[in-house]
Design a protein around this ligand. Structure first.
Ligand SMILES: [Zn+2]
Length: 1042
């Protein structure tokens, strides 16, 4: 029989017609007679329910051995972060033979169903998963009774915030199972519901001015006419009407949407790392189930760390993931260990994200990722394109810039060019989300919102519940399949990231280029929040740098030394884990912070053990006095004042000179004649103090503020006329919502300078090798600061050692330095280089960067002169007009109410200079501040002579990393990573004292460049750099002497 045409035979009112259909599918209204009310044909309670409650996250085998006690639906359990295991006995009524039977399970906790010892389905009401299909058609004689276990985690999809999502967790929360029953599922009714909802979406989405919209509405209306919910035999006619509508094809020029299943799982955020492991299991087992049932469904999954967790804890599920990967349905993306923060990690740490990630994907899934995947991170360094390219990746996906508060980013598909000129193809899904639900509104937004219309006709569409996991549902897939090609809508194709980018690459000739950083105009407080995490990050980056370098030198020098490759990999992975985009930014709950601090502590203690072991190996076999080995881990010679430990815990100051990447014996008691001027400390009668080392002269007023900073040789004053530096300022810091994340523009209007008490300044070190003065400053009734201002002999910068006891709520502490320098732009260090940002607020793009990030230094220079501000663990900064400001401490209360409360220690430094910051050594000074000379106790005799492993012919090139090549722990191959730091084309000779037999260039993943052999001349080799270029090379060492 021909389906009746969906034409309304009489005049119809748009709204009443629409609402009629809405009521027909409503879960709230008229369910006694509408179609939704027929979704479940019959139901019965589960046969028996018993439970076992535990504070631990137990593996299945141990959980099911426990003592389960009878339980009822509606019983309360908890508290937050506990787990309730349910044993569920099911008996399917015999009368249900031939029917589709589901277990319906509703709880406010996150559930995982186990069957025969394996996880089979995640059930989370918030993720629209409440039903586990027991059988699609119950066969005659099939077993009708079975036992399942359901593991209910006492937290929601997004944690357990008290009152609001990002509030600190409510630790008293209780949980319930509100529904647990067997149900006969009416598949045909469900299909009609999907169709009707899509038709409603089309009618609403295209609106009353659109012909196709009316066709959708009238089709839906006619479906309601022909469909009697009580008479399932009428459903086919309604279904045929829908098929006719959806089968009307679009034209050739239709936009194509690449629908890619995804499940963004924050590696830790509003829940601890340990819960993430279970979130992965719940989410991925559901995705695997969907892959089995929908052969065209493709699911993209990032973050090697999460896969490794599942590999260890859920081997059965992991094997299924690998099978799906072989079929091309499970697609690893990203290439990194975790989805890291895009601003704060060092260049080397970013390389390691890829090195650890790509090697994991290669080993476990047979290939590396082709797309860098960072949909949710708070901004993207201008060095990332080069790092991606060096790690085998030319494609990049994110959407986070759609969160910009001020400016709309002008592209969704474009080339992104980094500071060195490297380019990658970037795509932002134009629907501005990574968690699409697959409704019509989202598909239409993807088309209309696309900022590159006319240049590209393909877009990504990432669907599935995200952030706390969850992932796609069968309903999402059913919607997408129904809309694969319907006139009036974009074409929808279940696709992979690879297919999408291949299409975009075909259209690449039309694309525009964005040069420089992808700055997120939001979440700018994350450069400062949780100062201890930032400090741990910077410190552990240094420890791993030093441990790798010394271990490499020990490997080259000692035939007995075993390079601690496995240990270093473990420590690196901990550091990389903490660089996740809600951990190092400080936007996580207290439980996560505690874990993160413990990981840093592990890196510190193990890292220091590795340093000692390497130092001991370096000393072995060398004659000389017992004592200390002074080690310089930086690639230039340094002469510095160093505090040497004395027996009994005391220290003595000494001037030491240590060659580039090498060591020197500790100085003996006779100090050599000092060629430089000793530090003079003069205390004036008004209470001010002047420190002078012949290079710089700094005058502190009686409250510790800098009233003058003179570059002695030129007599040039650095502090702006009539102003003072080292001025602490407090701001009210009340964002609109995202407390730990956001500092808003209006905080600048609440600036309050902190004024000290005259007479608090006192002389510390009296001069000679070191001069210093110190003072106390009451910041507020509850917070205080003490600072020692230190000037060393021969040092071109003055250091400010700072201790703060901080007890505040929604305050922001910064320190300001008004400079006698005029420039429209300031320079900031980033990964393997630096960039410029404006010092004015001309346009909305300039103004939106009122709070920015930097690594170890920022600099404001005019021609021939400038002032640099260095730091040892800070990231937030700004330069407005002539004022350099370093952001020190915040006091947000959500999601961690204790964030930043307590004691802090940090150091910043001020370095006036003539010439450019490059030529005057600012970059080297910032390294020196961050990589102090090491005084390592030598267990045996310490070497009598100084020794240098590597040196470079130009200061423009930094030898950043020396490590053993990946892969084989016994390998005698080192990898060196160097970069051009000044922004110049330069030739560079690398000199080494190590027994190198072969040198060859390689990429960041340590894959040899077949054309990259470098000739060695007298242990020297020549390298050529372009601005900010990063180069890696392998040095194959000669076998050790027998
Ligand atoms: Zn995220």
């Amino acid at each position: 029989m021909e389906a009746p045409a969906p034409v309304a035979p009489s005049l119809k009112h748009w709204r009443t017609t629409l609402e009629r259909v809405e009521k027909f599918v409503s879960p709230l209204y008229f369910t006694d007679c509408n179609l939704r009310g027929r979704l479940v044909r019959d139901s019965c309670p589960v046969a028996a329910l018993s439970s076992f409650l535990t504070p631990e996250r137990l593996p299945y085998q141990r959980a099911v051995e426990q003592n389960f006690l009878p339980a009822q639906i509606g019983d309360c359990f908890g508290p937050t972060w506990w787990t309730c295991w349910f044993q569920v006995e099911l008996i399917i009524p015999e009368a249900w033979v031939g029917q589709e039977v589901h277990l319906i399970w509703e709880s406010n906790g996150e559930s995982l169903v186990w069957h025969d010892g394996e996880p089979v389905q995640g059930l989370t009401k918030e993720g629209e998963k409440t039903s586990y299909i027991l059988t699609e058609r119950l066969g005659e004689g099939e077993p009708r009774s079975l036992t399942l276990y359901v593991e209910v985690a006492c937290n929601g999809l997004l944690g357990a915030g008290k009152g609001s999502m990002i509030a600190a967790p409510d630790l008293e929360k209780t949980f319930q199972v509100s529904r647990a029953e067997l149900a006969v599922f009416h598949r045909e009714a469900y299909k009609l519901l999907v169709d009707l909802e899509l038709l409603l979406g089309i009618a609403k989405g295209l609106g009353e001015n659109n012909q196709r919209s009316f066709q959708a509405l009238y089709t839906a209306n006619q479906m309601v006419n022909v469909c009697d919910p009580a008479q399932p035999e009428t459903f086919a006619a309604a279904h045929a009407l829908a098929s006719r509508f959806f089968g009307q094809r679009g034209g050739e020029s239709q936009h194509t949407i690449h629908a890619i299943g995804h499940c963004h799982i924050d590696t830790a955020w509003l829940w601890p790392f340990k819960e993430t492991v279970r979130k992965c299991a719940r989410s991925w087992v559901t995705a695997v189930q969907l892959m089995d049932q929908n052969p065209s469904f493709i699911f993209a999954c990032s973050q090697a760390q999460q896969l490794e967790w599942v590999k260890n804890d859920y081997p059965g599920l992991y094997a299924r993931l690998q099978t799906c990967a072989l079929r091309g349905q499970f697609v690893p993306v990203g290439g990194t260990w975790v989805e890291m923060d895009g601003n704060l990690p060092s260049g080397e740490a970013m390389v390691r994200q890829f090195l650890q990630g790509q090697n994991f994907f290669l080993q476990e899934f047979g290939k590396m990722c082709s797309e860098f995947w960072l949909p949710d991170t708070f901004g993207y360094s201008a060095q990332l394109p080069q790092i991606m390219r060096g790690c085998g990746i030319r494609r990049f996906l994110t959407q986070k810039l759609s969160w910009n508060l001020v400016n709309t980013f002008p592209h969704h598909t474009f080339f992104w060019e980094g500071i060195d000129g490297s380019r990658v193809l970037a795509h932002f899904p134009p629907g501005d989300s990574y968690g699409m639900q697959c409704n019509v509104e989202e598909l239409l937004k993807t088309v209309t919102n696309n900022r590159d219309k006319g240049r590209t006709n393909h877009s990504a569409f990432l669907f599935g519940f995200g952030d706390g996991g969850g992932g796609p549902t069968q309903t999402m897939l059913d919607r997408l399949k129904r809309l694969c090609n319907t006139d009036g809508l974009p074409r929808v194709q279940l696709s992979s990231p690879g297919q999408l980018f291949s299409e975009l690459e075909r259209e690449a000739g039309q694309l525009c280029t964005w040069v420089g950083e992808l700055f997120l105009e939001l979440h700018n407080g994350t450069y400062t929040t949780h100062a201890q995490i930032k400090k741990g990050n910077r410190e552990c980056e240094r420890i791993l740098h030093d441990a790798e370098l010394l271990s490499s030198l020990a490997l080259a020098r000692s035939s007995q030394f075993l390079y601690p490759a496995e240990k270093l990999q473990d420590l690196w992975r901990l550091l990389l884990l903490n660089q996740f985009h809600d951990v190092v930014p400080g936007s996580c709950i207290q439980l996560v912070v505690e874990d993160a601090m413990r990981y840093y502590e592990d890196i510190r203690s193990c890292g220091n053990e590795l340093l000692s072991a390497a130092a001991t190996a370096l000393c072995a076999g060398e004659p000389g006095p017992e004592g200390l080995l002074i080690v310089n881990t930086l690639p230039w010679k340094r002469t510095e004042v160093l505090a040497l430990p004395k027996p009994g815990g005391a220290h003595t100051l000494a001037l030491v000179t240590v060659p580039s990447m090498g060591y020197a014996p500790a100085p003996t008691s006779q100090q050599p004649l000092m060629p430089q001027q000793p530090v003079m400390v003069v205390e004036e009668t008004d209470g001010s103090v002047t420190l002078d080392n012949g290079i710089i002269r700094v005058r502190l007023d009686p409250t510790g503020r800098v009233t003058s900073l003179v570059l002695v040789a030129s007599g040039r004053e650095t502090i702006a006329e009539g102003a003072v530096g080292n001025q602490f300022v407090l701001f009210d810091d009340v964002p609109l919502y995202w407390d730990a994340w956001d500092v808003m523009d209006y905080h600048l209007e609440t600036r309050k300078p902190v004024l000290g008490q005259p007479g608090t300044l006192a002389v510390g070190n009296e001069g000679g090798l070191r001069g210093s003065a110190w003072f106390l400053l009451q910041l507020s009734p509850n917070s205080r600061l003490s600072q020692e201002v230190v000037l060393d002999l021969g040092c071109p910068y003055v250091r400010f050692h700072t201790e703060v006891h901080w007890q505040e709520s929604h305050k922001f502490l910064k320190v300001e330095f008004p400079a006698r320098v005029r420039s429209p732009q300031a320079s900031y260090e980033i990964q393997f280089g630096h960039l410029q940002r404006p010092t004015h607020y001309n346009t909305s793009w300039d103004w939106a960067r009122f709070e920015v990030w930097a690594h170890r230094w920022l600099d404001l220079s005019e021609h021939g002169f400038g002032l640099a501000l260095l730091n040892d663990c800070k990231y937030g900064a700004s330069v407005r007009d002539n004022v350099l400001t370093l952001s020190l401490l915040r006091a947000p209360k959500a999601p961690d109410a204790t964030a930043d409360m307590g004691r802090h220690e940090f150091t910043y430094a001020l370095m006036p200079h003539k010439g450019s910051f490059q030529d005057s050594g600012v970059i080297q000074a910032a390294y020196s501040l961050n990589f102090p000379l090491l005084a390592l106790p030598a267990l045996g005799p310490a070497p009598a002579a100084a020794w240098s492993a590597f040196s470079l012919s130009t200061p423009a090139v930094v030898l950043e990393t020396v490590k053993q090549a990946e892969g084989s722990p016994l390998s005698r191959t080192l990898v060196l990573r160097l970069y051009e730091a000044y922004g110049s084309h330069v030739n560079c000779w690398l000199q080494t004292a190590l027994p190198v037999q072969e040198a060859v260039l390689c990429d960041l993943l340590e894959r040899r460049d077949p054309a990259g052999h470098l000739p060695l001349h007298d242990n020297r080799l020549k390298l050529t750099f372009s601005p900010f270029q990063v180069q890696s090379l392998m040095l194959v060492l000669q076998p050790p002497p027998a």
